[in-house]
Design a protein around this ligand. Structure first.
Ligand code: NAP
Length: 294
């Protein structure tokens, strides 16, 4: 039953560009992909020295990888998520690796929490340069038009409205040269069959980045999205724990594997850095070559 649902889910997700069957490719670490790394998972590139960042939903998965990467590149980073124990464990772990981080509880849908997150950067680290809006929920799985109003409201509230509000609240305090990065999804371009409302919220983030980019350009503040394909996290666990789903993914994704969180973190670090100083209102797809757009 579960495997039937997963196969349907995966086929719904990845309907395009059928390829011949290929063997499963195992996880690829940064070192395995030929990238230079330091002990502690840091990278040799130090593009973010002097910058202060906040990252939502950064105690696990893609958000944690982003926080670690920004800090490894020299940023001071405020990590956050809903649960105090996750926040303190993450702060301890990153500090043990020599990274300069603070932590704060922040459920992105709560105004007081968002305010505390921003204050932690401004009061604790003395500035705000980088906001990464990464939190998302997906309480509904099934036919799009069966999504209930409550489910739709919750998805829009956490995935898009909270990103807008965080942006509006952070913008006046952000220094010139700063940036917003929204974690969208490959599903922003072609809605996934069984998670349609989630996909719609991710499409809305593309519009949010463009709208913010237009207004913020005169302060030299940029806004972009990153659009991951399937990445190995708790969120996507039902997919990568299913041989059937993984076989299908490997058939349909030119890279023949799912992605790792640090492969999204690298894109976010680029977008937050001066290397992306002329990149704004854009979305960068990191999906192993899977169909998105021309
Ligand atoms: P994940 O591994 O499930 O990470 C969950 C993290 O989010 C935890 O730190 C959790 O900590 C925190 N969190 C959950 N709800 C929150 C809320 N309302 N406010 C603040 N923090 C919250 O998820 P992920 O796969 O890394 O996904 C991160 C982003 O990537 C999402 O925007 C997702 O849509 C996007 N994405 C993921 C994939 C994928 O295949 N994984 C693909 C495309 C896009 P607490 O429990 O302590 O709150």
């Amino acid at each position: 039953m579960l495997s039937n649902r997963l196969t349907t889910f995966t086929v719904g997700l990845l309907r395009y560009r059928r390829r011949p069957p290929l063997s499963l490719t195992p996880t690829m670490s940064a070192a395995g992909r030929g990238l230079a790394t330091e002990a502690g998972g840091g990278v040799l590139c130090r593009r973010l020295v002097g910058k202060v960042a906040v990252v939502t939903a950064s105690t696990d998965g893609i958000g944690l990888a982003i926080a670690r990467r920004l800090a490894a590149e020299g940023a001071k980073v405020v990590v956050s998520s809903r649960k105090e124990k996750n926040v303190s464990a993450t702060v301890d772990k990153l500090r043990a690796d020599g990274l300069d981080v603070r932590g704060v509880v922040c459920h992105v849908a709560k105004a007081d929490d968002r305010n505390r997150l921003i204050r932690e950067a401004v009061d604790g680290f003395g500035a705000l340069d980088i906001v990464v809006s990464n939190a998302a929920v997906n309480p509904a799985m099934g036919a799009f038009l069966d999504t209930t109003e409550d489910e739709f409201d919750k998805i829009l509230q956490v995935n898009i409205k909270a990103s807008f509000l965080l942006t509006r609240e952070a913008y006046p305090l952000m220094r010139s040269g700063g940036s917003f990065t929204y974690v969208s999804s490959i599903g922003a371009y072609q809605p996934f069959g069984l998670i349609g409302a989630y996909s719609v919220s991710k499409t809305a983030l593309l519009g949010l980045a463009k709208a913010v980019a237009q207004q913020s350009a005169d302060r030299q503040i940029r806004a972009n999205c990153v659009c991951p394909g399937v990445i190995r996290t708790r969120f996507s666990q039902p997919l990568w724990q299913s041989n059937e789903a993984m076989t299908e993914i490997c058939r349909l994704v030119p890279a023949q594997r799912i992605g790792e969180p640090d492969e999204i973190a690298g894109v976010v670090a680029f977008l937050a850095s001066d290397d992306a100083s002329y990149v704004t209102g854009e979305s960068v797809v990191a999906a192993g070559g899977y169909f998105s757009r021309l």
